[in-house]
Design a protein around this ligand. Structure first.
Ligand SMILES: Cc1ncc(COP(=O)(O)O)c(C=O)c1O
Length: 402
């Protein structure tokens, strides 16, 4: 069995293994489970809200903080170099991007807002957004409405966002389609291949809120023609709160004017008084100043664990746990809310008891040390790679009968 140090070393060795590459021998799921102390305390099935942290992630944050404790600012150039090369390269590998297409952000919302405030909008332009989005992908567009940009809402069909319905909304003034890769309320997984193809064929930019996708499902930004992608670290990546990344496709870089600029937006390093607002040639231009290095060190460890386990194995494991849970729920007479069609499932499974409210059940489960969420009047579980079949059984047994 591989210990965590070995796992992280292996991950580092394999730095450039493509996401979803099954040719690499698996790193043991069992040993990584031991690194999640929450498993000794709770049956935690709420990773789509805030993922539980593992020992290696905390050790990485601690290592950074200890460096500042012991050396102050002396290693600053090394931190910048490490973050911009090694750490971004792990993230880029995870989503099929290049290092220069990644910027650190503090949350998903920051990435989406960068797109909203960075594009050169004209009065009468429009943006197409589904009608069941998390508010992170709503308010920034409502704000643009005040500048004469039209917000076009795609009506969901029983929780699904159909590509044909998006197509109907696009016209010659459409600049952008902005949507969640996986819907937070019901786990509906967008058909990204078809959505990306549609946007590319109509000359419209595509921006994804991918916080409910990356870390649970494999991602390849190139294959899906994605222009912008925003991911917070604190859900499926199991990384610290206050971390995340923003992907800006190289060809879209000049389409976005950084809404917030500072000394990190330019390539001047220590030449602080050589004022020249020429942006860095990469997505790092969206990091206006010092980034959250302690959190990012934790994010790096979390990403390396993902790469070591293998994104496609993680996806399979998570979908298998979802199947186990859905079968058990149906046997017990619960109603499944999440779309279950081919290609529609994700790490999120939403369901309902026919008579007892979701809040009542969530409270009862909490007392039995089983954690889940209530969203839109339904119960929502979101098992991650460290969860296992025994925990799904414990969860099912803790549920009230129908
Ligand atoms: C789809 C979706 N987008 C955005 C967010 C918010 O993420 P952040 O705090 O990283 O901006 C959430 C959180 O629940 C979410 O589910």
């Amino acid at each position: 069995m591989l210990g965590v140090t070995a796992i992280l070393t292996k991950a580092a060795e394999r730095g450039l293994v493509a996401a979803g590459d099954d040719s690499v021998p698996p790193v043991d799921f069992e040993s990584i489970r031991e690194e999640f102390p929450i498993k000794q305390r709770r049956c935690y099935l709420n990773n789509a809200s805030i993922g539980a942290l593992s020992n290696p992630v905390i050790a990485a944050v601690d290592a950074f903080l200890a460096d500042v404790r012991d050396n102050g600012r002396n290693n600053y150039p090394n931190w910048c170099q490490h973050a911009d090369t090694t750490i971004k390269s792990g993230i880029a590998t995870l989503i099929g991007a290049s290092v220069d297409e990644i910027a650190f952000v503090k949350n998903t919302t920051e990435g989406i807002v960068t797109v909203a405030n960075g594009l050169d909008w004209r009065e009468g332009d429009n943006v197409v957004v589904p009608d069941i989005e998390y508010p992170s992908n709503v308010y920034c567009w409502m704000k643009l409405e005040r500048r004469g940009v039209e917000l076009r809402k795609v009506k969901n069909r029983q929780g699904r966002i159909l590509v044909d319905d998006i197509a109907q909304m696009i016209d010659r003034r459409t600049r952008l389609v902005s949507l969640s890769a996986v819907q937070f309320s019901n786990g509906f997984r967008q058909d990204l291949a078809a959505t990306g193809k549609l946007c590319a064929s109509r000359g419209v930019l595509l921006s994804l809120d991918a916080i409910q996708w990356v870390g649970a499902l494999t991602m390849d930004v190139g294959a899906y023609n994605i222009d912008f992608l925003s991911v917070g670290g604190h859900k499926w990546l199991l990384a610290p709160i206050g971390t995340g990344f923003f992907f800006c496709r190289r060809s879209a870089l000049e389409r976005l004017d950084p809404p917030s600029v500072g000394y990190h937006s330019v390539g001047k390093h220590e030449d602080h008084m050589d004022y020249d607002l020429t942006y860095r040639p990469d997505a790092g231009r969206f990091e206006e100043a010092l980034v959250n290095f302690p959190g990012i060190w934790g994010l790096d460890a979390a990403v390396r664990i993902q790469l070591a386990l293998g994104p496609s194995r993680i996806e399979r494991h998570i979908l298998d746990l979802g199947t186990l849970a859905a079968d058990g729920l149906l046997r017990r007479g619960y109603e499944i809310i999440s779309p279950q069609g081919l290609g529609e499932r994700s790490g999120i499974l939403s369901f309902r008891h026919p008579t007892i409210t979701a809040e009542t059940i969530a409270q009862r489960l909490g007392q039995a040390k089983v954690d889940l969420a209530v969203r839109g009047g339904a119960l929502r579980i979101s098992p991650s790679y460290y969860n296992d079949a025994d925990e799904i059984e414990r969860f099912l047994e803790a549920l009230p009968n129908v």
